[in-house]
Design a protein around this ligand. Structure first.
Ligand code: AGP
Length: 609
């Protein structure tokens, strides 16, 4: 997820582009760049690192360009570097492009363009775009961009600047956000509204497949068939600061609501069209090696460790390989029994967590191949692992990890299904069933996110609690651990999670009148057992907030409150079950007036031991 901007009008473009990018830097900060049209020539200024570096370099730059484009990068294809920074140009330098998204078929396009004599300078998927414009351009920029769109697959918000069309910008949106800012005698483009608010509140929110053609005087919108579209003006009511959160009060709430998109993006291009298999091109471990695997270790910290616990259940259940899950700071010192039949999986949102990085190095020292599941391209863990599976959650700014966790769960399902397919431990029908349900996780998550009112009420009722217990069996226990961590880290309430069957061996002593117990009961084969554990805590006058799949009506007879999630395959339930727990923790923290996005004593990426 990157930030892009564009401007055409009577004012100097450079300060407007830099100002817009500064409002989008939370979307990615691996590199920054602008391209402006100066006396008929496109001038590109770009470099790796934060925007501040580029702004400093351009201080005193008094170019008179009136049209330009800009970009702040969240690296996906190609490490953060000056060369991989956007904007990218074609061979002649007559076209420059900024892009947010992923061009899935870029490798075949690169090969084809290469055979036509085009020279490439970067590792990015994006660079095929200006070369394609160059290939199709015959005097009509709009027509050239239309032909480019016919050839590319994937997600893209892109803006094209041409030396031949001084004050024109052509932009297209497909699966990545793009907004047009409507000015007086000038017009703007941006990935998100924060970049526009200093200039206008009148906007067009582009829909998928739409193209915008901007000049200072007018903005024309076309649909994917090239027909003109009458767009409704969207008048922005937000304050700039608020807009960065897209209207949400906190980044955490925004990121919770971004999960449907993050799930879709993490599955994109990784499921066979006929639901028969997962396609993990990036996983270059040969099938023979996977078949001869005797043991898997998963190691990580915090929320990522909790994702690993779900990974254990799913990989053992589907692929029948024994899995051990370790907290990274323990794994690295306990001389784990690793041999040539072992695979080590490390999970890390930031890709920079010191303990996890050290666990990775220890595993490699002991001779195990390491597969990293991470959300940051070219992070240290990505660079040092033998194989990398990226989650596409986009930048996660709130310290409390939410969307990264659910995308890590999806990564675990993809790995488990791939292993099970290679090892022949599940049938084609079983695979199809799970893959079909995987594809519906985003819409089911939307449903949960659309009715959070009960959770707000529960937060008001129990926000003053001093202790909260989470219980569950099997996969529900793994999710209960994540739910209690979320509550602890942002509301500072003492919260514990327990395997529901373990309570009676001690902790039940802590249960007394009014103590809230969040009980997860999403696993059909464990439902009856969990119900009896709920009755155990009710017998000690606990207040039970149960969480189950729609239809489990008998819970209403036992629990004080029941949160329902849409029915899904029990093995996939953790992705949906955690969302009400994220919202509950968030609302409890708000009720207690806590600094939700930057909780005390914590950091987003713990790069120290
Ligand atoms: C989770 O909300 C916390 N921010 C923390 O536990 C985090 O999961 C842990 O520090 C691991 O971070 P990583 O995924 O970036 O490695």
């Amino acid at each position: 997820m990157c930030g892009i901007v564009g401007y055409t009008g009577p004012r100097r473009a450079v300060p407007i582009l830099l100002g817009g990018l500064a409002k989008l830097e939370y979307r990615g900060y691996d590199s920054a760049g602008i391209a402006v049209l100066e006396d008929g020539v496109i001038k590109v200024h770009k470099q790796a690192g934060k925007l501040a570096g580029l702004a400093e370099r351009l201080q005193g730059y008094n170019g008179q360009a009136r049209t330009g484009i800009g970009h702040t990068r969240w690296a996906t294809h190609g490490r953060p570097s000056d060369t991989n920074a956007h904007p990218h140009s074609d061979c002649s330098g007559r076209f420059a492009v900024v892009h947010n998204g992923i061009i899935e078929n870029y490798l075949e396009l690169r090969e084809w363009l290469g055979s036509q004599g085009h020279q490439f300078t970067s590792e990015t998927d994006t660079e095929v775009l200006p070369h394609l414009v160059e290939h199709f351009y015959q005097g009509d920029l709009v027509e050239a961009v239309r032909r480019v769109v016919e050839r590319i697959r994937g997600s893209y918000a892109m803006v094209v600047l041409s030396a031949d069309k001084p004050d024109k910008l052509v932009a297209v949106r497909q699966d990545s956000p793009l907004v047009v800012g409507l000015g007086q005698g000038e017009n703007f483009l941006a990935s998100d509204i924060p970049a526009l608010l200093a200039h206008t509140r009148r906007t067009y929110i582009l829909d998928d497949g739409e193209m915008a053609v901007l000049t200072p005087e007018e903005v024309k919108i076309f649909n994917r068939c090239g027909e003109p579209v009458e767009k409704r003006v969207f008048e922005v009511k937000w304050e700039a600061a608020q807009a960065e959160k897209n209207g949400f009060a906190h980044f955490m709430l925004k990121e919770i609501h971004e999960q449907p998109r993050a799930l879709r993006d993490t599955l994109k291009g990784r499921l066979a069209g006929d639901d028969s298999a997962v396609v993990l091109k990036e996983l270059e471990i040969d099938d023979g090696k996977l078949r001869s695997l005797r043991k898997i270790f998963i190691t990580a910290c915090g929320t990522a460790y909790h994702a690993g616990l779900v990974g254990k259940y799913v990989i053992e259940q589907l692929a029948r390989v024994p899995v051990e899950v370790d907290i990274a700071s323990e794994f690295r010192y306990r001389q784990p029994l690793i041999d040539e039949g072992t695979l080590v999986i490390v999970i890390s949102q930031s890709g920079e967590t010191a303990d996890t990085l050290a666990a990775l190095r220890e595993a490699r020292r002991l001779g195990a191949p390491v597969l990293a599941v991470t959300n940051v391209v070219d992070s240290s863990i990505a660079r040092e692992a033998d194989h990398v599976l990226y989650t596409w959650a986009g930048p996660e700014i709130a310290v409390a990890s939410t969307k990264a966790y659910t995308t890590q769960l999806v990564a675990m399902y993809l790995i488990a299904l791939h292993l099970a397919t290679v090892r022949g431990t599940i049938t084609l029908e079983e695979r199809r069933t799970i893959i079909k349900e995987l594809k519906q996780l985003d819409s089911r998550a939307e449903l949960i996110l659309s009715n959070g009112h009960l959770i707000r009420d529960l937060a008001r009722m129990y926000g003053g609690a001093e202790d909260v217990f989470f219980i569950g069996r099997g996969l529900d226990h793994a999710v209960a651990l994540e739910g209690s961590l979320k509550l602890k880290e942002i509301s500072y309430i003492h919260a514990e999670a327990y395997a529901a069957g373990e309570l009676k061996h001690g902790t039940l002593a802590l249960i007394e009148k009014g103590v809230p117990v969040v009980a997860l009961a999403t696993q059909k084969n464990l439902f009856e057992k969990t119900l009896s554990n709920i009755k155990e805590v009710k017998a000690r006058d606990a207040t039970v907030i149960a969480l189950a799949m729609e239809g489990q009506k008998e819970l209403e007879k036992v629990a004080d409150h029941v949160l329902y999630i849409p029915p899904t395959n029990p093995v996939l339930a953790p992705v949906l079950a955690v969302i009400p727990l994220q919202l509950l923790a968030y609302q409890m923290a708000v009720v207690r007036g806590c600094d939700v996005d930057q909780p005390r004593n914590l950091a987003k990426s713990v790069t120290v031991e």
